[in-house]
Design a protein around this ligand. Structure first.
Ligand code: SAM
Length: 287
């Protein structure tokens, strides 16, 4: 008989039999809209020989959709209370393994190497909201050998992450994401698609990871130091935080800005990623 993990009755029965209750602190809002997980798997590139890394299984609703389409699935879940539930809901899947660990503490590079060797890998997840940015950054910064990352995040986070750099909606995270990947919002998901329903709507985004390196590693550090400095006081003219955080004079900061074609009165979000990359090249010798 088909296991309907989006059915509220089925979920409640699993919880009752295993004495499980939702943990708010772990961001446990499970998907109950049956249309969403198949779309995440399909638009996330799960097919043929592709392997999937999932972050946060819940009762395994997305895990099953990934397993149906991928060669192999490895899922990382922090909550060991889900062990007996997953042993039941994923029992028939021979290509799927759950590793119980904190995704922010586990060595993901080693895990991918152990579980998938050199296979093509995608990351798919309905991310726990409290760690959205750290998880995205940990995956991108560690340059995991993955094709893409398709994740459900809060709608506001999706808007910010996918905002074009150099526009008002962008933030420091938009630059970091754009540096490592090409971000795109795939579709919106309303709050009623989850149990329990969160207070905000969500969206699924896909980050297609760039294969080429734009800057050498030491210069990447300088680039992000400059961007972080700029956004530390985003309401002020950029030359003020640049001067304060980087230990250069305001006159120098204004000259550097002009040298990349930016106004000395510009604010942090008025520069594009390419502008910051140019700025890094000019400033690096002075730091
Ligand atoms: N994939 C399931 C779904 O769509 O219904 C569950 C999604 S729920 C939003 C997030 C899941 O991530 C929960 O199962 C939670 O226990 C797990 N989680 C929370 N923090 C985690 C962490 N640091 N490492 C790994 N998993 C985590």
């Amino acid at each position: 008989m088909e296991l309907k993990l989006t059915n509220i009755g089925v979920i409640k029965d699993l919880f009752e039999r295993h004495g499980f209750s939702f943990s708010k602190t772990l961001g446990q809002n499970f998907l109950i809209n049956p249309a969403v997980c198949p779309q995440i798997a399909e638009q996330g590139g799960c097919k043929g020989d592709v392997c999937a890394l999932e972050i946060g299984t819940g009762v395994g609703v997305l895990t099953r959709e990934l397993a149906e389409r991928c060669k192999k699935v490895c899922a990382v879940e922090i909550d060991e209370r889900l062990k007996p539930i997953l042993a039941e809901t994923l029992a028939d899947l021979e290509n799927t393994e759950v590793v119980f660990a904190d995704v922010l503490k586990i060595d993901l590079k080693k895990l991918l190497e152990e579980k998938f060797g050199g296979e093509k890998v995608v990351v798919c997840a309905n991310l726990p909201y409290y760690i959205t940015s750290p998880v995205i950054m940990a995956v991108l910064e560690s340059r995991l050998p993955i094709e893409s990352m398709t994740v459900m995040v809060q709608k506001e986070a999706a808007d910010r992450i996918c905002a074009a750099t150099g526009t008002r909606a962008c933030g420091a995270l938009s630059y970091a994401v754009s540096y490592y990947s090409v971000p795109k919002t795939l579709f919106k998901v309303n709050r009623g698609s989850f149990m329990p329903a969160p207070n905000v709507d969500s969206a699924v985004i896909r980050l297609d990871v760039r294969k080429e390196k734009i800057l050498p590693e030491n210069e990447e550090k300088t680039l992000f130091k400059i961007i972080r400095a700029g956004f530390s006081q985003r309401r002020k003219q950029l030359l003020n935080p640049l001067s304060a955080e980087l230990g250069i004079t305001k006159t120098q900061a204004a000259e550097f800005l002009e040298s990349v074609g930016a106004k000395p009165t510009a604010r942090a979000e008025e520069l594009t990623l390419s502008d910051y990359i140019e700025l890094e090249k000019k400033i690096k010798g002075s730091l």
